[in-house]
Design a protein. Structure first.
Lengths: 257, 257
DNA sequence: CGAAACGTTGAATGGTTTCAACAAGAGTGG
DNA sequence: CCACTCTTGTTGAAACCATTCAACGTTTCG
């Protein structure tokens, strides 16, 4: 399989864990029914338990929580190659909602198939567990961002994180990437008002750091941006899971860049 | 075993999952070497990989991240009965540091023992996984708090969450609990300055909602406090993990209060 | 074409931080 | 035992960052 044919999901896992032919085959068989969802309409509601999990193949999704007063906080985003609702499947609880940012395509993964695959291919289980752990690390970094960084650093950090994530699945580079988010999405993500997001973006643009316009993020000065954001991609680049699985040798990861 | 003899950890798990005698026995055997740590000195440093996990039996710990500019963000707290460094063990990565708030006592859990127990007692694995998932839900709620709640609501929410968690292991009630945190801890937790924490506490006290003084949290008006905080304990009270483990019947949880 | 969502900008308001000063208690060493 | 320091808590005043309100331009879409 050439890289062009591999799914973003396979591509992401392969970047960190050397999977064997057999394991790749199990991964391929895992892919079930293709499903589409239209932008804006929720996929699952807060509290509702939906037993389906998906691997996102095209489009962007955000997961968020709404408060009684109407304000919302976006917890994180899923881009192609990311798991969606993994915890809902494993634990039958879904404590937040999912909204497709644009029309999306996803492959359904049945809980039974997943557990079956895990049982036969422990390294695959470890790889998926690693991906879940990486997601959690992103939420923690998000928490730090909102708690202890100013609005400009928050924005810079967020845009850089997206850059790294998208580059991993071949959807962007150090120079920039396409991004379907509105300023409202950014506001709900960063804990700011939409108005202030606009001002911060202007300031970053006028400083020659980044431009966020017309669905495109153009990074003009990656280094100064990373410095402003205090961005250390270590939490994204961790060498794969070193979990030893009952006597088997630990998974070998590739060297992070 | 009478409740008085059970460890806080067992007590916590039992509150959500009906464990059999055999499973309880495995749990008890899991308990390894007792270790103590003194207040203030870090248990493990950011980035350093320490393969030990612990179950906290006495005292409080916080996990946090420090930024280059010296500010820190506390991600969450561990109280008796909580796991400590579970992810470090499973994935050999530790992306934040642990600081004992007071002198603590913890039981070491070896990764090998844990995986062994999981293999023989899948329901135990599910129970621990459930606990980990609950921790993650708390981090998400924390994120929402910092992102979308005012300082007073944040404080109220945090104090109420602690109340629920401590009540579960018999260390507090609706009326209050002992709390060794300083106002600095609160500030680093809630993303506020220490000075402002002081003002917020005064305001809450003068409104007759809650008093935080001399290592004691006294909740005077639980209902009004919960309303201010927009506190919905659902994310803490979830009925246990419903994970079906390869054909076995799902775990039965007790009814949440 | 009209409506609705998104983006943009100014001015006023306000929540939070910073700076500064001081009080109280704990721990330290002379 | 006392001075000394360090941490924690407390309060006031000024400065600042971010929000709110309001108005308007632009684009999209039915």
């Amino acid at each position: 399989m050439t890289p062009a044919e591999t799914s973003p999901f396979t591509r992401k896992l392969s970047a960190f864990v050397d999977l064997s032919e057999a394991e790749l085959a199990v991964l391929a068989r895992l892919h079930g029914r293709r499903r589409s969802f239209v932008a804006g309409r929720d996929m699952a509601h807060q509290g509702q338990s939906d037993h389906a999990a998906y691997i996102l193949s095209r489009g962007w999704v955000c997961s968020y929580k709404i408060q009684p007063d109407g304000t919302r906080q976006i917890v994180d985003f899923q881009v192609p190659g990311d798991f969606l609702g993994l915890r809902s499947v494993l634990l039958r609880t879904s404590d937040h909602s999912f909204e497709p940012i644009v029309d999306i395509e996803a492959v359904e993964v049945l809980a039974s198939d997943l557990l079956e695959a895990f049982a036969h291919t422990p390294r695959l289980a470890a790889a998926v567990l690693w991906a879940a752990s990486r997601d959690e690390a992103m939420v923690v970094e998000h928490l730090v961002s909102i708690g202890r960084r100013g609005a400009d650093a928050r924005m810079a950090h967020f845009l850089l994180e997206l850059s790294s994530r998208l580059a991993l699945v071949g959807m962007g580079s150090r120079e920039g990437y396409d991004c379907p988010l509105t300023q409202n999405h950014l506001a709900d993500t960063l804990g700011l008002s939409a108005v202030h997001v606009n001002r911060v973006l202007r300031q970053l643009r006028e400083s020659g750091l980044v431009t966020f316009q017309g669905g495109r993020v153009s990074i003009h000065d990656h280094d100064r941006l990373a410095e402003l954001a205090d961005f250390d991609p270590a939490y994204l680049d961790q060498t794969g899971p070193l979990l030893e699985w009952k006597g088997r040798p630990p998974l070998s990861g590739r060297q992070p860049r």
